[in-house]
Ligand binder design. Structure first.
Ligand code: PAN
Ligand code: ZN
Length: 212
């Protein structure tokens, strides 16, 4: 079988026409993505970025007054991601890096909003590349645990499990992630019910404290 040629490759990589329809072997060959293994930074034309500021995180932290003291534009985390197929397409995989700044809101660490996958039967991998933190996992019976994150730690997030990451260190925490393209993100359940425990700094140590 002949491999398809790459017309126009002499002047660089041609743009992919329609990401959502794409399901062939040239997906990353035509427009490569690279991961900088020390920093987690993704590069490539098709990398998309999202930023979450303090202002975006209302209702996430326990101490709402402490959150409001910050400049609402202060960045808490950003995500770089590669979506080779459209959101919701069955059978594809997405890839991303999350960078969480160091910081505290009251006695809670800067952290992600956290979510279940809308399609509850979808798991995920995380791998830490920089900094230190904690992956907080809650199953549907609301049992919450956490796994320490350090460069090289690999974290399997089981399906039916809410997940959130806190930066417990003093520098940026970066982790890679890979998840199915038909996972979706259910933030509403977390906004409504929260996690059953919060990771708080108690006596200088990250401690999971049950919500009363
Ligand atoms: C990750 C997360 C990312 C940001 O890519 O989406 O770390 O966290 P929130 O989505 O909770 O704001 C992932 O788990 N994707 O499924
Ligand atoms: Zn997820």
């Amino acid at each position: 079988m002949s491999t398809s040629s790459n017309p126009g490759s002499g002047s660089g990589f041609p743009r992919v026409k329609d990401d959502s329809e794409r399901n062939d072997v040239s997906t990353t060959r035509d427009a490569p993505i690279t991961v900088h293994l020390k920093t987690g930074e993704l590069s490539g034309e098709r990398v998309k970025s999202t930023i979450r500021t303090i202002g975006d995180l209302g209702g996430i932290f326990r101490d709402e007054k402490a959150r409001q003291v910050f400049d609402s534009n202060a960045i808490v985390y950003r995500v770089q991601a590669f979506f080779p197929v459209g959101e919701g397409v069955e059978g594809g995989l997405f890839w991303g890096t999350t960078f969480i700044e160091p910081g505290m809101v009251g006695d809670e660490y800067f952290m992600t909003k956290g979510h279940y996958h809308s399609n509850r039967g979808r798991g995920e991998y995380y791998m830490t590349v920089r900094g230190s933190g904690a992956l907080i996992l809650m199953d549907e019976s609301r049992r919450t645990v956490f796994e320490p994150m350090h460069p090289g730690t690999l974290h399997y997030i089981p399906f039916h499990t809410a997940h959130r990451v806190a930066n417990t260190g003093e520098s940026v925490l970066a982790f890679l992630a890979c998840w199915p393209s038909d996972s979706g993100h259910d933030y509403e359940s977390i906004a409504r019910e929260g996690f059953s425990a919060r990771l708080r700094k108690v006596g200088g140590i990250p401690t999971l404290v049950e919500e009363s």
